[in-house]
Design a protein around this ligand. Structure first.
Ligand code: EPS
Length: 389
């Protein structure tokens, strides 16, 4: 199952096409719209989110609420287009008085994109490098998530830090996160701990007052996985490689860790590796420091992956740049923007993880129709039982 997106931040709409979709996945459009809403929310988002009310419109590949096996096409309208249609016209000449973007923002794709594509307006670059595109990814991943729900897999996320405001590790270790979906959704920063949520909000308020922006760290968890998804046999087929690539495909991601992550490099092996045990005829693990992956494959424990997001490059207190017309020192563009989008990025990362995991299921258990896939999963589960006898 793969997706491709098209669309500019201030164009008429975003489009996602999902191919390799098995037939027979029940799709509830309300679930996709719920995820789109979750992606739009979070403390620190800017005024743009008051304009947009993202809704998925399916134009192909679904009939009477089930996938047909054909590519699925989904669009999400940009309501802000009505304020931009002259500046973003697909044809004709640029309108008189068009203000080009010529002061590239450090940290954004502006400068390198202009150099690479030989254009004189950073808008050609920023319209597509904008994280607005991730709305289409979340819509597309709705198909993967509905598939995963059918095979008993759930994907959720929470925020572990924003700037220097942290969910303390000792608090996090005590939480039964799988049971805290409501708390996470109700937190303004997708953080399960109310005190940490308040600290994160205060950090965002302070950044806003200072004309600054903030990044942070979030975790994505997938539960209900069978062991053995992915491969040990070739580098690119390792689920670790695929998840890393998928998470780094999200704009602004600077680091990805699995389970204990970088901390594993500081500890002796006996404190890192998860013991193997038998429980009721099934293999299990005495811990999950590995974050649910060993040898590039799922262990059957929850998949736990963290990602670090850098601060948004658009600063109201702008950084130094060079004017592309005059070549004189200048201040970077001061566009309307978000102060912090870490909670939104966590929802986008859920979408990316869902795609990778769904694809791994299809590779392992067939990809034509739900009935065959479910039968193959059931027979694999039976075989695993006999191995643990
Ligand atoms: C973005 C800038 C802001 C964000 C946008 C990403 O948009 P605008 O320039 O229109 O105010 O709100 O993200 C979204 C619109 C979204 O839906 O996520 C940027 O420069 O990357």
């Amino acid at each position: 199952m793969h997706y491709v997106t098209a669309g500019e931040s201030h164009g008429p709409e975003l489009t996602a096409i999902v191919s390799g979709v098995p037939a027979g996945i029940p799709i509830d459009i309300r679930n996709i719209n719920h995820d789109l809403r979750r992606r739009q929310s979070g403390y620190g988002r800017g005024a743009r989110q008051q304009i947009e009310h993202d809704q998925a419109v399916v134009t192909a590949g679904i009939r009477f609420g089930r996938t047909t096996g054909a590519p699925v096409s989904i669009t999400v309208q940009n309501r802000d287009w009505e304020n931009w249609h002259e500046r973003m016209a697909h044809f004709g000449n640029a309108p008189a008085g068009l203000v080009r973007e010529v002061t590239p923002r450090p940290g954004h794709a502006d400068l390198v994109g202009v150099l690479r594509t030989n254009c004189d307006d950073c808008r050609n670059i920023l319209e597509r490098s904008s994280a607005r595109e991730t709305a289409a990814r979340v819509a597309a991943a709705g198909i993967a998530r509905e598939f995963l729900a059918e095979v008993g897999v759930e994907v959720y996320s929470y925020v572990a830090s924003i700037g220097d405001a942290h969910l303390p590790a000792e608090v996090e270790a005590q939480l039964d996160l799988a049971q805290m979906q409501m708390e996470i959704e109700l937190s303004a920063t997708r953080c399960p701990d109310p005190a940490a949520t308040e600290a994160m909000k205060a950090a965002i308020d302070a950044a806003k007052a200072a004309g600054e922006s903030l990044g942070g760290v979030f975790r994505v968890v997938a539960t209900g996985l069978v062991p053995g998804l992915g491969s040990y046999a070739s580098g690119p087929e390792r689920l670790t490689s695929k998840l890393g690539a998928a998470l780094f495909s999200i704009p602004a991601m600077k680091g990805v860790e699995f389970g204990l992550g970088f901390r594993a490099a500081e500890l002796p092996g006996s404190q890192v590796h998860d013991g193997i045990a038998l429980e009721g005829g099934a293999f299990t693990r005495t811990g999950n420091n590995a974050g649910g992956l060993e040898g590039g494959m799922t262990t059957g424990q929850p998949l736990v992956v963290s990602a670090a997001m850098k601060p948004i490059p658009t600063l109201m207190n702008p950084l130094k740049t060079v004017d592309l017309d005059t070549l004189a020192p200048a201040e970077a563009s001061r566009e309307r923007s978000d102060v912090c989008a870490v909670p939104a990025a966590a929802v986008v990362a859920e979408a990316e993880v869902a795609f990778v995991v769904a694809e791994a299921y299809l590779q392992a258990f067939g990809c034509t129709c739900m009935a065959d896939i479910k039968a193959n999963i059931a027979s694999y589960a039976e075989r695993l039982k006999t191995m643990g006898r």
